[in-house]
Write a protein that binds this ligand. Structure first.
Ligand code: AMP
Length: 397
C-alpha cells in the first residue's frame, strides 16, 4: 500500500511516500516558506533533489505541488494519484480525548480544532494539511497520528500538576508529553531488538534532538514523560530552558519590564544550551568543537544537558522501580557519542557499563553497553514517518 505521510508545520510541510509492504521510501521532500513565497524540495528514491520555487500562499497549494511532483512524468514515482491509498498526518495535540491514532472524521477534526490553544503553532497547520488532502484527494482515508497519544496511559500521579483542580477541570492544564510517535516507535524497536518481553519490561527512551524528551515505558505503556502541557517542560534543549522555578518568570519580567509572552518566547527560543553557551550555538556539533577548543561555556552547556538527562533517567528508574534497557534516539542521541558517554558516566550506580568502541558507531541499531552491564543500553534511530505509515495501514486495512 502506498501511504503519503504528511507533517505540517506553520510555514513548512515535510512528506514521504512510503510503500508499506516493503517499508521503502519512494519519494520524500519538503515545502518551505508557505505563506511567504514558497519552495518545494522533492527527491525520488535514488534520484537527485529537485528544487522548485513557486507561490504557496497556503498549505493547499503546497500539497498540490507535492502531488504534482509525485505524478510528474519525468521524475514522479506514481502514474496517477489513485495509487496513493491512504494519507497519514502527524498531529501535535489531541488533548485528553484522543488516546490513539484515528481515522479522520468530523469528530477528530473537532478535537484537533479544540486543542488549538494547547498547540497554537502546530494544530492549526496540521488541520490545514488535513483539509488540503481531503480537498485534493477526495474519498481517500486520512489518519491522524498524535504526538500526545502514546503518553495518555500515564497515571494521574504523573500527569497532574499540583495546582488548583479548577485549572485541570476547566482548562485541561496537565502534563501531556510530546514526541509520542517517536517514544512509541523506539520503545517497541528496543524491546524487539534486545529481545525483551513486551508485557514485562521497563524501558527508558531518551529522545534527544533539537527538542528533547524522555519517557518511562513499563510493559510497553508510557508511565511518565518529561515534556508537559507544552514542549517547554523537562530537559534543557537546543533553545528551550526546560524545568525551572516558575517564579523566575515574574522576577525577570519585572526586572526587564517585559510581559509573560515575551518571557516565554525567551524560554523557548533563546534559552537551553544556546543560552548556557553564551549564544554560541544550539547545535551540539558546534558545542563539541568549541569545547574541544577550550570554550568553557560550551563545555558547561554540554555538561548541564547530560546532567539533566541523567537526572531524569534516575527519576524514571525510581518511577518504574527498576530498568531493563535505556535507548538513545534523535539527532543527538543517535550521533553525539560525547553526550552518551557523559550521561552514562552518571549512571554507574545502576551497574551500567559502556563499550567505548561501540560508542563510536552511528546510523543503525546497536548495543552500547558491555556484555556484563546490568542494564542494556542501545542506540535505536527513530523513524517517525515509518511509525505514522504503520499506524495508518493498521487503521485503514
Ligand atoms: P533532531 O532535532 O532530532 O533532528 O536533532 C538535531 C540535532 O542533533 C542537531 O541540532 C545537533 O545538535 C544534533 N546532531 C546531529 N548530528 C550530530 C553529530 N554528528 N554530533 C553531535 N550532534 C549532532
Amino acid at each position: 500500500m502506498n501511504v503519503l505521510v504528511i507533517n505540517c508545520g506553520s510555514s513548512s510541510l515535510k512528506f514521504q511516500l512510503i510503500n508499506s509492504d516493503t517499508e521503502a521510501v519512494a519519494a520524500k521532500g519538503l515545502c518551505e516558506r508557505i505563506g511567504i513565497d514558497g519552495r518545494l524540495v522533492y527527491q525520488p528514491a535514488g534520484g537527485e533533489k529537485e528544487v522548485t520555487e513557486a507561490a504557496m500562499p497556503t498549505h493547499t497549494e503546497a500539497i498540490r505541488m507535492v502531488l504534482d511532483a509525485l505524478v510528474n512524468p519525468a521524475t514522479g514515482v506514481l502514474k496517477s494519484l489513485d495509487e496513493v491509498e491512504a494519507i497519514g498526518h502527524r498531529v501535535l495535540h489531541g488533548g485528553s480525548k484522543i488516546t490513539e491514532s484515528r481515522v479522520i472524521d468530523q469528530e477528530v477534526i473537532d478535537v484537533i480544532d479544540e486543542c488549538c490553544d494547547l498547540g497554537p503553532l502546530h494544530n492549526p497547520a496540521n488541520l490545514m494539511g488535513i483539509r488540503a488532502c481531503m480537498e485534493l484527494m477526495p474519498g481517500k482515508p486520512n489518519v491522524a497520528v498524535f504526538d500526545t497519544a502514546f503518553h495518555q496511559t500515564m497515571p494521574a500521579k504523573a500527569y497532574r500538576y499540583a495546582i488548583p483542580t479548577k485549572f485541570y477541570e476547566e482548562y485541561a492544564v496537565r502534563k501531556y508529553g510530546f514526541h509520542g510517535t517517536s517514544h512509541s516507535f523506539v520503545s517497541k524497536e528496543t524491546i524487539k531488538y534486545l529481545g525483551l518481553d513486551p508485557e514485562n519490561s521497563k524501558v527508558i527512551v531518551c529522545h534527544l534532538g533539537n527538542g528533547s524528551s524522555i519517557s518511562a515505558v513499563k510493559d510497553s505503556k508510557c508511565v511518565d514523560t518529561s515534556m508537559g502541557l507544552t514542549p517547554l517542560e523537562g530537559l534543557l534543549m537546543g533553545t528551550r530552558s526546560g524545568d525551572l522555578d516558575p517564579a523566575v518568570l515574574e522576577f525577570v519580567c519585572k526586572k526587564e519590564n517585559i510581559d509573560v509572552s515575551e518571557m516565554l518566547r525567551i524560554l523557548n527560543k533563546e534559552s537551553g544550551v544556546y543560552a548556557l553557551s553564551n549564544g554560541l550555538s544550539s547545535d551540539f556539533r558546534d558545542l563539541e568543537e568549541a569545547k574541544n577548543n577550550g570554550n568553557e561555556a560550551a563545555g558547561l552547556a554540554l555538561d548541564a544537558f547530560s546532567y539533566r538527562v541523567a537526572k531524569y533517567v534516575g527519576s524514571y528508574v525510581a518511577a518504574m522501580n527498576g530498568v531493563d534497557a535505556i535507548a538513545f534516539t534523535g539527532g543527538i542521541g543517535e550521533n553525539a557519542s560525547l553526550v552518551r558517554a557523559q550521561v552514562l558516566g552518571y549512571l554507574g550506580y545502576l551497574g551500567i557499563k559502556m563499550d567505548e568502541e561501540q560508542n563510536k558507531k552511528r546510523g543503525e541499531n546497536f548495543v552500547l553497553s558491555t556484555a556484563d552491564s546490568k542494564v542494556k543500553v542501545a542506540v535505536i534511530p527513530t523513524n517517525e514517518e515509518l511509525a505514522i505509515c504503520r499506524e495508518t495501514v493498521a487503521l485503514v486495512k
